[in-house]
Design a protein around this ligand. Sequence first.
Ligand SMILES: [Zn+2]
Length: 317
Amino acid sequence: MTVFPRALGALLSMSALLLVTACGATGGAKADGSQSGQLTIVAGFYPLQYVAERVAGTHASVQSLTKPGAEPHDLELTPKQVASVSTADLVLYEKHFQAAVDDAVAQSGNDHVLDTATVVPLEDHGPLGEEEHEHGDEHSEGTTNLDPHVWLDPNNMIKISDAVTAALTKQDPDNAADYTKNAAALTDDLKGLDSAYRSGLKSCQRTEFVTSHAAFGYLAERYDLTQVPINGLSPDSEPSPARIAAVQQEITKHKVTTIFYETLVSPAVAKSIAGDLKLKTDVLDPIEGITDQSKGKDYVAVMKSNLTALQKANGCS
Ligand SMILES: [Zn+2]
């Protein structure tokens, strides 16, 4: 009778073995969704996820801490997401944008992290006016006016792509040639975007454009445009009557035709200002996430849609 449990044990370990084999046969997916042999990359939000996916190609499984359709400002993390920051082969984040991610990285003890703010330093693009202070327009404590939206200038995305390539090459030198090749293809696309923006916005009736929140500072600076945001750097603040009056003044002064709104934020205020002044509304996407509502399947496609929208609103020839 003493043999029986042993036989059972052997049987159990055999079925365990079979299970492992079965997993291998279906592609070896691990609990985190990565395939065996793949690196695991955790990105804070969509544009960083996009760069990681393009550069890593098939060599990594990339997860964004900001779920599709969620707004990345003021992100909160689940315990499982916090754990994923500790175990990832590479964490990509932008310090001073998502406080919860900053905290998770600080507590993770993970050395394989890339803070893109060290690659593209954040610029001070605020405040809009005194009313911003009252409404606490903050991404992280003490960094009120640091503008996180660097990705809307494709040239900044090239710098981030280079840094991701270097990090992946260090982590996984065997596939260095693939990372370099993938990054070159991404850089080509980004340079294409840059030249399309340069030529497409060269001769327009106006440079001013009205946006929902102040996400387009880097883009405006690069292409000599003037952003007139209804809200500050964060989309969740309510504009004061004084801010709305100031925006209306700019609209009249520059004969603005279109009030832009976003896919991830309520268009109510934008639509009410447009209605009052009998103007058009259109989407100008800060590309903080891709959903079914996005005008394009990825970063490059939505950047192209944004260019078309800007050209139409500003009467570019
Ligand atoms: Zn934003």
